[in-house]
Design a protein around this ligand. Structure first.
Ligand SMILES: CC(=O)N[C@H]1[C@@H](OP(=O)(O)OP(=O)(O)OC[C@H]2O[C@@H](n3ccc(=O)[nH]c3=O)[C@H](O)[C@@H]2O)O[C@H](CO)[C@@H](O)[C@@H]1O[C@H](C)C(=O)N[C@@H](C)C(=O)N[C@H](CCC(=O)O)C(=O)O
Ligand SMILES: Nc1ncnc2c1ncn2[C@@H]1O[C@H](COP(=O)(O)OP(=O)(O)OP(=O)(O)O)[C@@H](O)[C@H]1O
Length: 559
């Protein structure tokens, strides 16, 4: 993800040919009212070329959506948006009244008033860019973990079937061959419709997209209808936004309604999955369920994953319908969870009914699409010691990443990780305890602290590590606290033997570390590569001490 949605990045999230739509028509499409302050004639002649909810990203000709936020009201930035070239303001009643009474806007500025400006932003964008559910067909994936991986698998499957594809997610946005930097996991509604229009221009026929719970909560998917929506899992995360797991579930469940999807595919390995399938059925959405051998489904699934056997770092498996139809598949990515991700992508493809099963089987056999490289997701950057960078940054992902590397490790598992600042604080000690249980060497370091104090975050993580380690007695891992992060990675390489596995968890593909508003370059994969090559090339066995001396405290709670 890039740092901010600036005017430059915003431009890339639009069609190359700007639309020209009359403001009157937009107002009608939203079902809103146009406040005719000042020059009424002029307001009715205004042409709109886009919609934008961030004054800093406004393009000339945009309708600026001034939304109520958690911290500010977008109407505070209306003048800034107009200065950047906005041709009108879309907002709620209160803000419209305030703007009018303040008289701070140029006379005749059209103000479009609606009860729910967030919802209206998506509808306006859909109308302005003329997007439809058919072009491209959309495959949406939600769940706490596995969204990115599954969308890469979906894109590879669609490509193997001959589609021109699109991808929208955490790592990047791709319109056919064109790569556009990603700002959010799920872009704002105004941007999404712009991206889909750009994809349409590139001839994209099908696109895979990550749908975060934030996106659902903030109505970013307004105006979209997924051909197939897929659910992977629900485990603790994002409670800072949702408050409780029930609320988190409720947010995700909104995707599995006919408002946003035509069909749902749900992994029912867990209770949350079973509930999601039921909620979707209750809402009238057609649902296809599947289950894997690692799950504990409470109902019989439509499709079942079986015959899972290791193949290299990954697995072979079969996906069988209750009526006997079977697909044979392979994924090269390590971990049982990647079998689940691969099966989700495959079941979504079956649900879309794009081709007969034998054609799908041929595509699987010839292209191995479920082995697609996914940046920073169980990405192997070195061998002997096996050195893996993974995006695991919440408790469940951490458990699974550690479980994924253990079977192939004859030596020790060394994990390097930290926790993000200004996010769910409850998960810090939990992740610490998981690392203590799942690794032989635990190196606690920094992640993205944002504006929080790094030491406070590390202390919270260490508390979980040390408490668990103390309870483990003689089996307690070696524990270290090392920072900054690059030094922690060097320390892991310094400690490793060739039969060990190093897992650097939490940041995956990310190349910037945000520290108090400043983005510092930091790519775990590069740091790990450098540390490995320094060790094998020069036999360096100690952490390099230059500008940033590593600060390390060693603990072994068993002692
Ligand atoms: C927590 C969260 O998601 N907040 C979203 C929410 O922000 P907010 O309510 O705090 O907005 P605010 O800061 O009070 O500002 C109010 C309004 O003024 C506008 N504004 C503000 C300042 C300015 O100079 N000009 C301007 O126009 C803002 O764009 C906003 O519309 O509404 C804003 C748009 O209206 C979103 O941009 C913002 O997402 C921010 C960027 C964000 O970082 N979200 C992250 C947490 C997120 O969505 N992450 C998920 C993935 C999570 C995961 O799986 O890890 C994602 O899909 O990326
Ligand atoms: N199905 C899964 N179940 C549990 N953990 C998973 C699963 N798939 C991937 N993971 C773990 O979660 C991490 C993130 O995976 P991925 O990026 O595919 O998920 P995501 O839902 O897109 O995450 P995010 O929203 O945080 O970007 C991986 O690096 C891996 O450790």
């Amino acid at each position: 993800m890039v740092e901010n949605s600036t005017a430059d990045t915003e431009r890339e999230l639009r069609p190359r040919t700007a639309p020209h739509v009359s403001l009157d028509a937009v107002v009608q499409a939203i079902g809103a009212a146009l406040l005719e302050s000042g020059d009424v004639e002029r307001a009715h002649q205004v042409t709109v070329q886009g919609v934008c909810l961030n004054s800093r990203a406004v393009q000339p000709g945009d309708l600026y959506a001034a939304l109520p936020g958690a911290k500010r009201h977008g109407s505070e930035f209306a003048a800034q948006a107009l200065a950047a070239g906005a041709v009108g303001i879309l907002t709620d009643d209160d803000a419209a009244a305030r703007l009018q009474s303040e008289g701070s806007l140029p006379a005749g500025t059209p103000i479009v008033v609606t009860e729910d400006p967030r919802k209206a932003t998506g509808i306006a964008a859909q109308f302005i860019y003329g997007t439809t559910p058919e072009a491209p067909s959309m495959f949406g994936v939600t769940g706490t973990n596995g969204k990115t991986t599954t969308t890469y698998f979906l894109r590879a499957l669609l490509r193997a079937l001959g589609h021109k594809t699109g991808l929208i997610g955490t790592i990047e946005i791709v319109a056919d061959e064109e790569v556009i930097p990603s700002v959010l996991t799920t872009p704002e509604a105004s941007q999404l419709h712009g991206i889909l229009a750009r994809m349409r221009e590139s001839g994209v026929t099908a696109a895979a997209m990550e749908v975060s719970s934030h996106a659902i909560e903030f109505r970013r998917i307004e105006g979209l209808n997924f051909k197939v929506a897929g659910f992977s899992n629900l485990t603790q995360d994002h409670l800072d936004l949702h408050g409780t797991m029930e609320e988190y579930f409720a947010a995700k469940a909104k995707l599995f309604t006919s408002e946003f999807a035509s069909c749902g595919v749900v992994l029912i390995d867990s209770e949350w999955g079973a509930r999601m399938a039921q909620a979707a059925r209750d809402s009238g959405l057609p649902v296809i369920t599947f289950a894997t051998p690692t799950g504990t489904p409470t109902e019989s699934a439509d499709w079942t994953v079986a015959n899972v056997e290791r193949s290299g770092l990954g697995h072979n498996f079969s996906l069988t319908h209750r009526d006997g139809r079977t697909l044979r598949a392979h994924t090269g990515l390590p971990g049982d969870f990647n079998v689940a991700n691969a099966a989700l992508a495959l079941t979504m493809m079956v649900a879309a009914d794009l081709v007969p099963l034998d054609v799908l089987q041929k595509a699987l056999d010839e292209h191995d699409p479920l082995s697609a490289n996914v940046p920073g997701r169980m990405e192997v950057v070195g061998h002997e010691p096996a050195s893996i960078v993974d995006f695991a940054h919440n408790p469940d992902a951490m458990v699974r990443a550690l479980e994924a590397v253990r079977p192939g490790t004859s030596g020790r598992v060394i994990v390097v990780f930290g926790a993000t600042g200004e996010r769910d604080q409850a998960k810090r000690p939990i992740m610490g305890a998981i690392a203590a249980r799942g690794a032989d060497v635990v190196i606690v370091t920094d992640d993205d602290p944002h504006d929080e104090d790094e030491q406070t975050i590390r202390t919270a993580v260490m508390a979980g590590v040390l408490e668990e380690a103390a309870a483990m007695g003689a089996k307690a891992p070696l524990v270290r606290e090392v920072f900054p992060r690059a030094e922690a990675i060097k320390e892991a390489v310094h400690l490793a033997n060739s039969e060990d596995t190093i897992l650097v968890a939490g940041r995956g593909h990310e190349i910037w570390q945000e520290v108090k508003g400043v983005n510092l370059p930091l790519d775990d994969r590069q740091e790990l590569r450098d540390a490995l090559s320094a060790r094998s090339g020069f036999g360096i066995a100690h952490t390099a001490v230059q500008d940033h001396a590593p600060q390390s405290t060693e603990n072994n709670a068993a002692e």
